[in-house]
Design a protein. Structure first.
Length: 217
């Protein structure tokens, strides 16, 4: 059976998090399709991974027999995260927009798993072509043609890292206007928020089912 790597990075619990609600819908459908499958789960808000250090970074460009004790310890943590990524048949990432970008905890995870010559920029990568679904929630709308289109630094950044560097098969689900029910100035946008939320939940279930069927074939 297939293995799903599920990563959440919202600082809020599921009841208050738009991204977690959608990743939960994806995972529920996935587990219905794969009752005997494996889910590797990382909650980066509850258990953040180490930010990249000089030792962890430089160890990636040196042979293990030359590592200092500090490099060896730091690199071992990177390798553990990379091996989780390499075991995944599909990847699910909750990536809410905070101050126009991804949470720092998700950036830290990416900095650890992007390793030139192993997961990135190499034809030998074990993760190349792995399907990844990113739930990119945001409080407003940054779609093309909107006033804040130029502030969109979540999808653009993740396209560069996940698609171009890691060569993953990338797909986005974008629940937007999530602040509409909480901000009186956005009250007229509540119907658009509700439509976006419904579509995101439906898309998550459909994507999970489609991937499950594809990987089982």
């Amino acid at each position: 059976m297939a293995t799903l790597l599920h990563i959440d990075s919202s600082v809020f619990p599921s009841a208050a998090s738009a991204s977690r609600a959608v990743t939960d819908a994806f995972r529920k459908t996935w587990e219905e399709q794969h009752p005997e499958g494996t889910v590797i789960y990382r909650d980066l808000a509850a258990n953040p991974v180490p930010h990249i250090t000089a030792d962890a970074h430089t160890a990636g460009f040196a042979t293990p027999d030359t590592h200092t004790p500090e490099q060896a310890a730091a690199f071992a943590e990177r390798v553990g995260l990379i091996e989780e990524l390499e075991r995944a048949d599909a990847i699910l990432i909750g990536a809410p927009m905070y101050n126009f970008a991804i949470p720092s905890t998700l950036k830290a995870w990416l900095d650890n798993v992007v390793l030139i010559g192993r997961t990135a920029m190499t034809e030998e990568s074990k993760v190349k072509g792995t399907p990844v679904t990113v739930v990119a929630s945001r409080g407003g709308s940054y779609a093309p043609g909107t006033p804040r289109e130029g502030y969109e630094h979540v999808q653009n950044y993740l396209e560069a890292v996940l698609r171009d560097m890691l060569a993953l098969d990338l797909d986005f689900i974008v629940p937007e206007l999530t602040m509409a029910p909480h901000n009186p100035a956005m009250s007229e946008l509540i119907p658009l928020f509700e439509a976006s939320r419904t579509k995101a939940l439906d898309d998550a279930a459909a994507k999970a089912k489609e991937l499950a069927e594809r990987l089982a074939a």
